[in-house]
Every structure is written in C-alpha cells, then in structure tokens.
Write a protein that binds this ligand. Structure first.
Ligand code: FRU
Length: 720
C-alpha cells in the first residue's frame, strides 16, 4: 500500500465563484491507476521499454527519478533510451471534469508521451520537460480538462517510440477528479493601478512560470518563474508604471497547492511593506538597492541632460538570481535614486543579461531615433533561457522613444548573432577619431572581442584581447594621464576589476605594462558611465557575496558607491586611481577633525562614540609608522589596517604602494557595508553593524601612528 495522500483521496469541499458565490461539493477522486502492483494489470504491454511491471525507481543506470507517488510508476527506460514500447489502458468512461497525472522524461510530442484517445484518435497529449542534455527525472503534475467528454469512453496510451537522448517517458498516479492539479489560470485587467502584487518565498519554493501579455497580443512581453506562496516571506510586485490604460494579461499553470496564493495576485495601488520602504532594518541608506528582489551587475550606465541612469540585473520576484530583467533608476546626483518600472523584460529572445547604455544622435545609426538623440541599450539576450527552445546567446539593442522612460527592442535584433560560448555583456561606445561605434564583448574562455560598426546594426570583429584573471563584463574607455588631455590612454576592464592600460586605434587594443587590479572584496561587474561631461569617468560596481547579511530583507544586494577614475603615473607604471565621486560630500552632516595628530599605543580610542550609524573616515597617515599595524577597526573587527613590514593593506591582495610615503584612506560605512578606498584602489565588504556593538577604533599596534589628518564625517540617509 502506498501512503495515503489526503489531498488526493478525500472528497473536498470547494468554494466556487460563479457569478454569485455558490458552495458545491466536489465528487470523490477516482484513481485510474497508481502503478503500485507487481505488474501492469489490465494495461496492454507492447515492446521492451516498460519492462514487466512498474519500476520502483531509476532503472538501467538512469538518473535518480523523483516526484512519483508511493513506490511504483511506469518507466520506459528499461533497455535505456533506445528501447521502445507502448502501454495501453483498458477503455474507461470520463466521469470527472479533470484527468490528473504525474509525467516526466523526454519532451518529444508524439514520440515519448501520454495520449488520450477517443474513437482511436489522439485528442490530448502530454510529455515530460526534457529535450536536451542535463535536465531532471522529476515527474510533475499535468491536468487535462475533459469536461466536454463527460460520459464518453476513452483510452490512454503511454508511448515510447523515441530513440536517443531523453527518448523515454515516466508516468504515475492517473486520477479522475473534479479539481485540476494544475489549473490554466488567466488574470486579465485594464491597468489603472500602479502594481500587480505577488506573495513570494524569498529563496526557494516551487516556481510557477508566468507569461504576461499586453493588449491581447499572443506574444508575451515577459515571462518569469515565481515562487508563489500563501505564506509570503515578502510581497513583491510587477511595476505597472509604463502600462497605464492598457489591457494586461497574466497566464500561468498553477498547481492546486498554490491556488490560494494565486488568488492574492492582484492589481493594487500599494503593496504590503510599502509603508516601510527604505526604512527596513537592513536597508542601505546611501547605496542603491532595488525596492524588491534581487540585484546584480549595474547595466546601461549613461548620463544625459542632468540625469544619471542606472539600469541593473534584476529579479523582481525573489531574493535569488533568476529571471533576469533590467531594472531602472535615475538620479540627479548618483546618490538619491528614484526607481522606475523595469526597462527590459525576459521574453522570447531570452533573459536579459548585462550590457551598456549610450546616447545616439539622429543620423549616426540605423536605429529609429526620433528627435535629436535617443538613449539606446545594448544587452545580451540569454536565449538558452528563453521559453522557446533552440535560441542562442545573442546581442541586441533597445531604443527609447521617450527620452529614457521606456525601451523598444530593435526589430533587427540580434545585431550580433552568437559567436562563441558564453559571449555576453556588450559595452558600446562612440569612437570619435574613426567615427564608428565600438563594442567590447566578452567572448569565451579568457577572450574578449572588439567589434566596430558604422551604424550599430552591422558589426565586424577587429580584435581579440585578454585580461588575465578576468572574464565577463568588459569596459573600454579613454582617460587623460595625470590630467593631461594630450596624453590619453585606454583602459580595458573586466568583471573582477582587473585592467590593462594601453592604446586603442578604434580597432585594436595594445597593452602597455601588465595587468593590474583595482577591485578587492565583494566588488564585481562594474562599468563606467557613458556621455559624462568634463572628461569624468564615473564608475559603479555591484557588491556581491552578501552572505547571510541580507537574509530576511525583501531585497538583496547593493551597488558600490559611485567613484571617479583617473589615470596616474608614468610609462609602465600608469594605473587607475579611484576616489569616491565628489557628490558623496553632500552626505556629510557633522565632521570631527584631528590635524597632525599622533596616536600612541595605549592611548584612549578617540572614536568611542561611533558605535553604529552612517559615516565616512577620511585619513592620511604615514606609511613609515613604527607600529606593526596601523589604521582602523570598524565595529566587530572589520580591519582597515596598514602593515608596514609587508607593505600590505588588509583586504587587498599583495603590496599596496604608499603615495608619497602616505596611506590615503576613505572608509564609508552604511547599514550593511563598508568600503575602503586606499591609495586609489577599492575594496568592499558586507558587514552586520549590530553584532558585538564595538565602536570604531584607531589602531596603533606596538608603535606610534602619525596622521597628517583624520576626519570622521557623520553621514545622512538619502531617504530621510
Ligand atoms: C556577471 C554576469 C554577467 C551576466 C550577468 C547575468 O555578474 O555573470 O556576465 O551578463 O551576470 O546576470
């Protein structure tokens, strides 16, 4: 006997809404077969594939099979993928509205499937989910609505006529029921509210694939896998800002267990938790975070008409990476961000991976530019994650018809079809000297490529380069050396913050000197702003690796502070130097200052008052200190200290050369993060402020430390 599953075996009282509220009693489920016996009973067996009787698990070296009920199920893997055969049921009468069953294995309609036959004709068919290597042997629910066949005599056949990869099918627990195990739900409305709200699990949970369409279109503009629940970890939303007045349709196959949760998916002018937005206990107070959900790489960083645009990799529906959208926020000062509705949605092209943003003047491209300029986004369509099979990873463009509010995908996409492996993350810029568009693109393995185009539509490859130790997320930009605009070098940059300095003629990059590293700690996948005046090169990165730090928050992970890059040094020694962007000074509220001050070992800590909160430490100290370790400890031992013997600074790998004999420090502390700018390099860490309640300490371990200056600025929240 298999264990009794109450939801399936007991008659259920159902509340049905049909116009007015009616209460009806669902008739008891009828099990057609549960494949629990030693053989197939009155089912007809043909061929070898199904063996002599129900399987008790994987057979013949099959992957682990899960999701079946009890101990047995029909499995056509006896003899492997190449074996074929058929199981045919005796005729039975349709006596309930639905036929529910579990099915897994290959996705080969007509060849590895279960069919329902009426008068010898196939009138319904279902398959498992797999049609490419990898995948899963998990059986999942399917339901057929048979209401129009009530009383008719039908038969089932489980067919395996398919050889080769995933050439098999698994089936279990075929039940006639008045309740669908999976319902085809449709939610349709004319948008007059700001949000469509969703109750979700933070990290895990069975996901429901949801398709969204506009104005009755057949083609979804968005699909996402959402871990719905009626016991939400938090509520999230689809922001309907740009869809007002339009007909909006959401379709999903919703399992019976989530029927109650689905009912709570509704348009609304607010969402639970909106009252506390930006005041939540773990919310950073001057770093960008998304209102809800997951965030990774900054994308499409572009400045235009006084507005800094920040697009970013975003999953609005969970704490975890998935469903890559491009979120969108704008700011007048790189700190005070207004988050808007999503700019790019995962659709038939695939999910929307990283890329860049730039301003395209009319007449300089083959794109539809209305007015003088258009904001354009170059993105990777991760076609292997499309809901359509057979798509590849390709590069596409999206053009804003309305000054950067909404974006329409270019009908000529992909502008760059698949080239190699993982090719992604296009960084596009205008190269004035050659009057062409240039794209840096991560290709595969260690390779990045350079492509050029007269019109953004036709691209040709002109170079391949490497940044040893780095992959993904290229940036490519020029900078004046030591501020001399007659002495310009180009920088190639990768996701880990490794970079090379050299020259670039519009087609090829030639490195001078070796690879250097700018980022340390949690910083990753940053890029610089396009179109910034005055030769400024402003950069924002992503802080990954939040650990448990943000568990429990309705959002996950933050961006770095904005920083300005310059190039400093001579010859082979030219290197990137970053300072927090000048705009950060607007966060300062109060300043305590020490000048020409010496901290002796054993001196009282002057920073006892700083036990929590938001602040910046600005210090210049002698690198030639007699102390073994000199600098600061932030709260529970997050070191920001210099060790003169190894010439190293905590959290940065290798030597950290002093500048003119000094260590120049800017340390920023926000709710869950600490960032250190040390002599122009950058490191980021997630911290928890509340653990041991230690104040910040000045460290002078075993010797004296001389500070030319030390300032501690208390900072304000951008949300208050
Ligand atoms: C870097 C990255 C990119 C990719 C994106 C997907 O973090 O792997 O290469 O485009 O994330 O979210």
């Amino acid at each position: 006997m298999k264990p009794v599953n109450f939801s399936n075996h007991l008659a259920r009282l159902l509340l049905c809404y049909v116009g007015a509220t009616v209460i009806s009693t669902a008739a008891e489920d009828m099990i057609l077969t549960d494949f629990e016996g030693g053989n197939f009973g009155d089912w007809k067996v043909e061929g070898e594939a199904f063996g002599d009787g129900p399987a008790k698990g994987g057979v013949n070296g099959q992957m682990e099979v899960s999701g079946f009920f009890g101990t047995g199920f029909a499995n056509s893997y006896h003899g492997g993928d190449d074996a074929i055969g058929t199981l045919t049921s005796p005729e039975f009468k349709v006596a309930r509205k639905y036929l529910n069953f579990l099915i897994g294995g290959g996705k080969h309609t007509g060849e590895a499937c279960m069919n329902l036959l009426l008068d010898g004709k196939v009138i319904r068919t279902a398959t498992g989910p797999n049609d490419k290597p990898g995948g899963s042997e998990r059986l999942a629910w399917a339901s057929w609505d048979l209401s129009e066949l009530m009383g008719k005599a039908v038969t089932l056949e489980i067919v395996d006529g398919r050889k080769g990869g995933w050439g098999h099918v698994t089936v279990d627990h075929i039940v006639q029921s008045d309740v669908a195990e999976v319902a085809d739900e449709v939610l349709e409305f004319t948008v007059d509210k700001r949000y469509l709200v969703w109750p979700v699990k933070a990290n895990s949970g069975d996901k429901v694939r949801v398709f969204m369409t506009l104005d009755g279109s057949e083609e979804p503009f968005c699909f996402s896998d959402i871990a719905l629940t009626d016991q939400p970890d938090f509520w999230t939303f689809t922001d309907l800002e740009h869809f007002q007045g339009r007909k909006f349709t959401v379709k999903a196959k919703v399992p019976r267990a989530l029927a109650a949760a689905w009912k709570q998916v509704q348009p609304s002018d607010t969402y639970p938790g909106e009252q506390e937005l930006y005041q939540e206990p773990l919310r950073p107070q001057y770093h960008f975070t998304s209102r809800r959900g997951w965030l990774n790489d900054p994308n499409g960083l572009v400045y235009q008409n006084g507005v800094w645009h920040l697009f970013y990799q975003h999953n609005p529906y969970s704490h975890a990476w998935d469903n890559m959208h491009w979120g969108h926020a704008t700011s007048p000062d790189l700190l005070r961000w207004t988050e808007h509705a999503v700019a790019l949605f995962p659709d038939a092209e695939g999910t929307m991976y990283s890329g860049s943003g730039f301003v395209v003047p009319a007449g300089k491209s083959g794109l539809p530019v209305k007015g003088e300029t258009a904001l354009v986004l170059a993105y990777t369509a991760e076609g292997t994650r499309s809901y359509l099979r057979g798509r590849k990873t390709e590069q596409g463009l999206a053009v804003s018809p309305d000054g950067g509010k909404t974006f329409a995908k270019f009908p000529g996409n992909p502008v760059l079809p698949h080239i190699a492996g993982e090719n992604r993350d296009p960084k596009v810029l205008w190269h004035e000297a050659t009057r062409r568009w240039v794209m840096a693109l991560y290709l595969d393995g260690p390779d990045y490529g350079i492509f050029t185009s007269p019109d953004l539509v036709e691209w040709k490859r002109t170079d391949t380069y490497q940044i040893p130790g780095d992959t993904e997320c290229p940036d490519l930009f020029p900078l004046a050396v030591n501020g001399d605009t007659d002495n310009v070098r180009w920088v190639v940059w990768g996701a880990n913050g490794m970079y090379r300095v050299g020259s670039f003629d519009g087609e090829k990059f030639s490195g001078e000197g070796g690879v250097r590293r700018h980022y340390f700690g949690a910083a990753y996948a940053g890029q610089s702003y396009d179109n910034v005046p005055d030769g400024r090169r402003v950069h924002i990165g992503w802080m990954r690796d939040g650990g448990a730090g943000l568990a429990g928050a309705p959002f996950n992970l933050q961006m770095t502070l904005p920083m300005d890059f310059t190039l400093r040094g001579e010859g082979d020694g030219i290197r990137l130097h970053a300072e927090p962007s000048a705009e950060t000074a607007s966060l300062r509220v109060k300043t305590r200052e020490w000048k020409d001050w010496v901290m002796q070992p054993g001196d009282a800590n002057p920073l006892e008052d700083f036990k929590d909160g938001l602040f910046e430490i600005e210090a210049v100290m002698d690198a030639g200190t007699t102390a073994k370790e000199a600098g600061f400890r932030i709260f529970d031992d997050h070191a920001a200290t210099w060790r003169p013997d190894g010439q190293t600074f905590s959290g940065t790998e290798g030597a950290q050369p002093p500048l003119d004999g000094k260590i120049h420090l800017r340390i920023f502390v926000d709710t869950v993060s600490m960032e250190v700018f040390v002599n122009g390099t950058y490191q980021a860490r997630y911290i928890r402020q509340a653990e041991g309640k230690l104040p910040i300490r000045v460290v002078a371990d075993g010797g004296e430390v001389k500070f030319d200056s030390l300032k501690v600025h208390t900072l304000k929240s951008v949300w208050k």
